[in-house]
Write a protein that binds this ligand. Structure first.
Ligand code: UD1
Length: 304
């Protein structure tokens, strides 16, 4: 099953290149007679008018799917001009949070069968929202019960976040339509989406650096992982940082950039892994690949 790779996980990580291509195949329109670059999501085309008229887009998911939507929110808001909010499916249900007829509710689930997300879908349907699915699984409950949606075309665990973010960036472009005001951004994004597999290949070539990083981290007694926005760091978490706490800082050359390059600091030792720069909203796809813990997993199982 693992082919020419040492482990199955390593194979999955390397296969991302292929599945980033598959997910975008036939959906990126570059050039042609009108020379406009755009995306075509066949599953959404009859519903785009309704989505563009909605008062709010609500993303609903659990775990990784929720985090992918969080990463894609800035580009959705920028291109669509529609407010985008986020809901963890179980929390929405417990609160019986407000969902309206004027909302577009987007359900993200790789399997298309995540129980909390499915219950939230029933709830949103009862409340009259337009329900859109983003799932990998043709014929799944979410694919069947949503009004429309997009199939991701990639299954394995390692590909979830990168391919979900790619689909959501394409969703933003589809909602944005052919507005002249977005044309330059749209061109840059379509070009970036088609070149993304090459950039991910460049990250995979940083294997030695990723292994060094894993060796640095494995020396720690434990490694609980808590992601947080940089702006939140100074509101309490900073008080927990001492010499022994590994801190992984991800910095992007975006409008908020003010410091040095991406850095990992651990017990006074600082490592920097510089990854290829892509369009800001797609940078998480590249960064995620760099942080996939293959070497860490190997060292955990086979300590050196
Ligand atoms: C579809 C075909 C693809 C074909 C292409 C040719 C399927 C599954 N896909 O892809 O094989 O190459 O046309 O133009 O036959 N949907 C939902 N909810 C979801 C996900 C999808 O309702 O969560 C619906 C969509 O609205 C659409 C259908 O399922 O009606 C297929 O979606 P998708 O595979 O994304 O559409 P295409 O990319 O056009």
């Amino acid at each position: 099953i693992k082919g020419n790779y040492e482990h199955f996980m390593q194979k999955e990580i390397h296969e991302q290149l292929e599945f980033l291509t598959t997910t975008a195949r036939g959906r990126l329109i570059r050039g042609g007679t009108c020379k406009a670059k755009t995306v075509l999501l066949g599953g959404l085309k009859d519903h785009l008018k309704t989505i563009r008229r909605s008062r709010r887009i609500v993303f609903i998911g659990c775990g990784t799917s929720y985090n992918s939507a969080l990463a894609a929110r800035p580009i959705l808001e920028e291109i669509s001009g529609i407010p985008v909010t986020m809901e963890i499916a179980s929390d929405l249900l417990i609160r019986q949070g407000p969902i309206y007829r004027e909302d577009t509710a987007v359900f993200v689930s790789q399997s298309g069968e995540t129980a909390d997300t499915l219950h939230a879908l029933e709830y949103a349907l009862q409340n009259g929202a337009l329900c859109v699915g983003i799932t990998n699984t043709v014929g799944s409950a979410i694919a069947r019960n949503t009004h429309c949606g997009v199939h991701i075309k990639a299954d394995a665990e390692a590909w979830r976040a990168p391919t979900q973010i790619v689909v959501m960036a394409m969703l933003a472009l589809a909602i944005g339509g052919d507005a002249i005001s977005n044309q330059a951004r749209r061109d840059a994004l379509v070009d970036c989406l088609s070149d993304l597999p090459n950039k991910v290949r460049e990250v995979l070539e940083l294997d030695r650096e990723m292994e060094d990083l894993a060796k640095l981290l494995i020396a720690k007694q434990s490694l609980p992982i808590e992601g947080m926005l940089a702006g939140e760091m100074k509101h309490r978490p900073l008080a927990l940082v001492d010499d022994s706490l590994p801190v992984v800082a991800i910095t992007i050359y975006d409008a908020c950039f003010r410091g040095d390059a991406a850095a990992v600091s651990c017990g006074g030792v600082c490592r920097v892994i510089e990854v290829p720069q892509v369009e800001d909203c797609l940078q998480p796809v590249v960064n995620i690949v760099c942080l996939q813990p293959y070497h860490y997993a190997v060292l955990t199982i086979f300590p050196f």
